[in-house]
Design a protein around this ligand. Structure first.
Ligand code: GCW
Length: 687
């Protein structure tokens, strides 16, 4: 890379809390070496020392794997603190990715089952800053914290295309430049940027990365063949940070790559082809995570063509990967994308449940069904997908979208952590179990969380510098879904920009509520879409209304919304367990923000908030734009406190956000004024 990309949340100053100390690192292995290198760089920059264990006196910080601790000589200065920490660890062993932090006099000890846990422990201390070296519980060996990731698999999927001339550009739904992995139809020769990325992800506890687009074009398929050695190079970069890589593969590969005349999962030749392929792939990348598959979805090939179902298809790949310890992430995003808009009985929202729920119990142990958080497609507001509560015998992963396809495309400030927190904390049943619990395995076998990454080769990685907070926040929530969105943002601000209270306050004002602001000026009350077809940026209220994609709002002169009730609609509400089935079924109990997702109502329908649907549309759109005006003004006040390049990029993007928000407001308000004929109670003029 020619220029240094932005350091995100790991600039030099963020390493100071550890870099000023006397540190000892104990343990062996690739990720422990990464920890050592990280500490080495930090102490060089900030004046601390990285020393050997047998140095004189106690260091400020010991970072040790359990094995590294056990290897220490019995009589050395570290013996006592390590013995105490190990016994604490043994009282309640952690998963290998977990860590515990104890204090012994003035020494902080981080102990982990392996390299990744140690890396996560180090970054935990960096987030704590100087507090990591203050006394916790007074007694020697006091336990400060013990932590384990909530999710076993914490994945970022890249929709990056290998082919330079791919129809969707270098990164499908990418808003931050070209792919950091590929250029000119091959894996980049210089992977230094990838190494920086792996470091950033490792600092958050991300442990899985999907390397290529789930829409697998002919050229992408070559990652399995011609470019396999380069996949090995990428894998090595990520491995040092505790991350395994995954490949998206086409279900049709036995035909397109193998020259067979079928991809039927029951055909022994097909089974053999996948076994051979897995064998070959693992001979190059021995720790490949596995395959990600989008089948029978938006034109991708799948088992339906052979009269088979998705358990047949997924298990075919699972069985090929099983001898190598690999796992299939099989996406549940299966629906008819060629439906007739005249057909009011077909409901895209129902599709994933209809296809997958009946298959519960049929998926092999190394198959994870990856479910988008909502039943449609990453909208600013959707109910939680009913599939999540419907497959207790299946490993499920919930899929989020960090790339802002439908939430402003990294032109708009839209801090998504509040949305994800709400989704992951949703309780599908009449008890305490959450969506995150389902993914984590509290209600059945464990799956994990996946999300589409938002980075590219842009100097800020994410287009909008503030979109870095979404990547950061995604990682943090996969570790702990109960973290408050404001606290996550606070961490990110401090690490990224340092400790300027006024800047901190200002960024909170701009970002904390930005998801809800975006919702206010775009499609109302859970109806979704209304975006320009294809690229999905900016308003086009009827853009998809007479299309085959199944994303309709059904506005007419009397009202708007999709009747998804059991009583009179598509029956979608019936896919939920109680209490939600009843809550959503009735207009009286359906939450306002999802009203139009579940019900077709007249414009004069009075919401729980006390205002009518049409007046709500007018009011929220006006309010949303005013909020963006305040965001832009606040940004201008903060400009001097920000690095000039960040200030300048943000200023340009906020101007665009404001222009776009006004366009949304004017088109949406005018559209509903024209449809309904209802004047605005506050006397606003429409066009
Ligand atoms: O949101 C839609 C996008 C497609 C994407 C698809 C998916 C990769 O518009 O670009 O394809 O979802 O999730 O498969």
């Amino acid at each position: 890379m020619d220029t240094e990309p932005h350091p995100c949340w790991l600039p030099e100053h963020a390493l100071a809390p550890v870099g000023r100390r006397a540190v000892v690192v104990l343990g062996t292995g690739a990720v422990v070496d990464t920890v050592r290198a990280e500490v080495d760089a930090a102490v060089r920059a900030h004046g601390g020392v990285l020393s050997e264990a047998d140095g004189s006196g106690l260091p400020d910080l010991v970072l040790a794997t359990v094995d590294g601790a056990r290897d220490q000589p019995a009589g050395g200065p570290l013996a006592e603190p390590l013995r105490t920490a190990v016994s604490r660890y043994e009282e309640a062993p952690l998963v290998t990715e977990g860590f515990l932090v104890t204090r012994h006099g003035d020494t902080t000890v981080v102990l982990a089952g392996g390299g990744p846990g140690l890396l996560y422990g180090l970054h935990h201390l960096l987030r704590l800053g100087h507090r990591a070296f203050e006394d916790g519980p007074a007694e020697a060996g006091g336990l400060v914290t013990r932590q384990e990731p909530a999710q076993p698999i914490r994945m970022l999927d890249h929709w990056d295309n290998l082919a330079a001339d791919s129809p969707m550009g270098p990164v499908e739904r990418g808003y931050a430049g070209a792919s950091i992995f590929y250029a000119d139809g091959r894996v980049r020769a210089d992977l230094s940027r990838v190494a920086r990325y792996a470091r950033l992800l490792g600092s958050l506890g991300i442990n899985a990365v999907g390397l290529n687009n789930v829409n697998v074009h002919r050229r992408e398929a070559e990652l399995l063949t011609t470019h396999l050695p380069d996949v090995g190079r990428l894998a090595a970069v990520f491995r040092a940070h505790g991350i395994r890589v995954w490949l998206s593969v086409s279900y049709g590969s036995p035909v397109t790559l193998g020259g067979l005349d079928t991809a039927d999962p029951m055909d022994p030749r097909v089974q053999q082809w996948w076994r051979d392929t897995a064998e070959r792939v693992y001979s190059v990348v021995g720790d490949l995570g596995g395959f990600v598959v989008k089948a029978d979805s938006e034109g991708q090939p799948g088992p339906f063509a052979y009269g088979r179902d998705h358990a047949d298809g997924a298990n075919l790949l699972g069985r090929a990967l099983a001898p190598h310890g690999g796992t299939v992430f099989w996406r549940a995003f299966v629906y008819d994308h060629r439906q007739d808009w005249r057909d009011r009985s077909t409901d895209r929202a129902r599709a994933a449940y209809d296809h997958f729920a009946p298959l519960d119990g049929r998926f092999d142990d190394n198959v994870v069904v990856q479910v988008k958080y909502g039943p449609i497609d990453f909208q600013v507001r959707e109910p939680v997908s009913p599939v999540i509560a419907a497959m207790p015998r299946t490993r499920l992963a919930v899929e989020l979208q960090v790339t802002q396809e439908y939430t402003g495309q990294q032109q708009h400030v839209c801090y998504l952590v509040p949305q994800w927190r709400e989704l992951l904390g949703f309780r599908p049943w009449d008890d305490d179990r959450t969506v995150s619990d389902v993914a984590a395995g509290a209600t059945g076998p464990a799956g994990g969380i996946a999300a589409v990454s938002n980075v590219g080769d842009d100097p800020f990685w994410t287009g909008h510098p503030l979109a870095q907070a979404n990547l950061y926040g995604y990682g943090r929530l996969t570790w702990d879904p109960t973290l408050a969105a404001e606290d996550v943002l606070d961490e990110w601000i401090g690490l990224t920009f340092g400790d300027d209270p006024e800047l901190r306050r200002g960024l909170h004002e701009i970002m904390d509520g930005s998801w809800l602001t975006y919702e206010r000026y775009t499609s109302p009350l859970g109806i979704g879409f209304m975006v320009k077809p294809n690229h999905h940026y900016g308003p086009d209220i009827d853009g998809y209304e007479y299309s085959p994609w199944g994303t309709y709002h059904f506005a007419d002169r009397d009202g708007i919304g999709v009747d998804r009730t059991v009583a009179t609609g598509t029956g979608y509400a019936g896919q939920y367990p109680e209490p939600w089935r009843s809550v959503y079924e009735s207009v009286d109990t359906c939450p306002d923000e999802l009203l139009l997702f579940f019900h077709h109502v007249p414009y004069g329908h009075v919401l729980h908030s006390g205002t009518t649907v049409v007046q709500h549309i007018y009011d929220t759109h006006a309010a949303g734009v005013e909020e963006v005006e305040r965001m832009a003004a606040r940004w201008a006040e903060l400009a001097d406190r920000l690095p000039p390049d960040v200030a300048e990029r943000g200023t340009g993007r906020l101007a665009e956000q404001l222009r776009s928000a006004r366009e949304w407001r004017d088109q949406v308000s005018t559209y509903f004024f024209r449809k309904s004929g209802v004047p605005d109670a506050r006397g606003r003029t429409f066009y």
